[in-house]
Design a protein around this ligand. Sequence first.
Ligand code: GUN
Length: 295
Amino acid sequence: MSAQILDGNAVAAKIRSELAEEIVELKKEGCSPRLEVILVGDNPASKSYVSMKQKDCTEIGILGQTTHLPASTTEDVLLTLVDRSNKDDNVHGILVQLPLPQHISEAHVIARISPDKDVDGFHPINTGKMVAGSECFLPCTPAGMQELLKEYNINPKGKHVVVVGRSNIVGKPFAIMMMQKKEWANATVTVCHTGSGDLKPFTRQADILVAAAGRPAMITADMIKPGAVVIDVGVNRIDDPQAKRGYRLVGDVDFAAAKEVASAITPVPGGVGPMTRAILLKNTVQSAKKFHTLL
Ligand code: GUN
């Protein structure tokens, strides 16, 4: 039997429509959520992500403002821009799209964003709070993955979650979130990475397998325990002359084969991606409410 498809597009659309209704009410109270997005350089994937984020904002009534800077922008100029948004009381969320050009320190830039406006949840203060299990902005992709599991009533409690990939954006924070003694978490967690050697003995143990390594089809069907839930976070562009854009998007999982082994699986595109964006909107609205003491 083929796996249940975890439809991130549908769940994200529901979140957006709930937020849109909430924003109508917030505006009546004088609270108008605003997100500042900063993109440096011309990475095609980043440009596409940023334009989707901007479109989402417009759809639900958030004022989304994108500043596109050239790749040659200095760290100082970027930090000055962040400072300006930090000081602007009308800005509730600041997002600097990653990766940044090599000559700019991502750590410096992230640390400069006010933790109260860090809707990405990347600031060290928010990371520290997340590790401690305190209230904070959670990083959008792992929070979106948790929300998707919740929506499909797949509870990680007592399950073995195996995460392939240890990035600061996905693998590490998702592992931490899943090990918390909290609702929709409380799992046993294993994190695999490039130093793990043969992955199959680990991935075969997963009740919930997360592929977040950024390598197309690295998770093959034989690496999945029958009946496991598979979350594919990979977004890889593969050349495809037949496709309109000349490429197509694939995940880190061999989807066609994996869906015959797993009990549930996220597609790429249409799985985790839209959930990431939905959580960004949620965090921005949350931040605006906090600013206007409407929480
Ligand atoms: N690049 C890839 N994912 C993300 C994300 O969630 N936030 C930011 N700022 N950059 C990213």
